[in-house]
Design a protein around this ligand. Structure first.
Ligand SMILES: [Zn+2]
Length: 207
């Protein structure tokens, strides 16, 4: 089954992932932070947000980060027909590949929603399904100290950590708490035995 929650426990890496972008304010702030730590992350973008922020999508890719598919519209409803699901995923894949001129091989289902239809769509489109092993709940609008505590308690070799760059359809929400949490983790990781890497590196995929 082409579905992954975490990397092997013998790895010395973990993955920081950001869903729901790109976001006009938060993506540039995250890119600066990742660059300050010389670190690569993985961004699961919706086709809809990507087509509104093409230059940002290109920046993310050109700076060596990995881009994955997060559906076209963040799935408008959970119970999509197989045709609607195919449309949501294939259109997003086409939009992202057109912008970055590279194959997009990862899909993260919005809400972690999986179904037999999803497996068959992803198989047809040659997409690996990437979930997560560490949910930071950064969308809950808590103080970043709480998010840091929750994350640091669970982080380990092979972790795939779920953050959000913003809300998928409300650009006004502030995600500074996410950015502060990522800053803390990157700073801590300098003295940890595990280092941040892309999802493909953590899962040991070649592409
Ligand atoms: Zn999402």
């Amino acid at each position: 089954m082409n579905i992954y929650f975490k990397g092997p426990s013998e790895t010395n890496t973990f993955a920081i992932t950001f869903d729901d972008g790109p976001h006009c304010n938060n993506t540039p702030r995250l890119l600066k932070l990742l660059s300050d730590f010389n670190t690569k992350a993985t961004f699961f973008m919706t086709g809809n947000n990507a087509s509104k922020n093409k230059a940002l999508v290109r920046d993310v890719s050109q700076q060596g980060h990995l881009i994955g598919n997060h559906s076209l519209n963040h799935l408008k409803k959970i119970s999509l027909s197989p045709q609607e699901l195919m449309h949501e995923i294939k259109t997003a894949k086409d939009i992202l590949e057109d912008i970055i001129s590279k194959p997009v091989t990862l899909y993260r289902p919005p809400y972690g929603f999986i179904s037999p239809f999803l497996f068959s769509v992803c198989q047809k489109l040659d997409l690996r399904i990437i979930l997560w092993s560490l949910q930071t709940h950064d969308y809950c609008r808590e103080n970043y100290q709480i998010i840091i505590k929750r994350t640091m308690k669970k982080i380990k070799a092979g972790s795939i950590i779920l953050f959000h760059e913003g809300h998928f359809n409300d650009v006004s929400l502030d995600y500074s708490n996410t950015i502060e949490t990522v800053r803390f983790i990157l700073d801590k990781s300098l003295s940890m035995k595990i280092r941040p890497a892309t999802v493909n590196q953590v899962l040991e995929f070649k592409d």
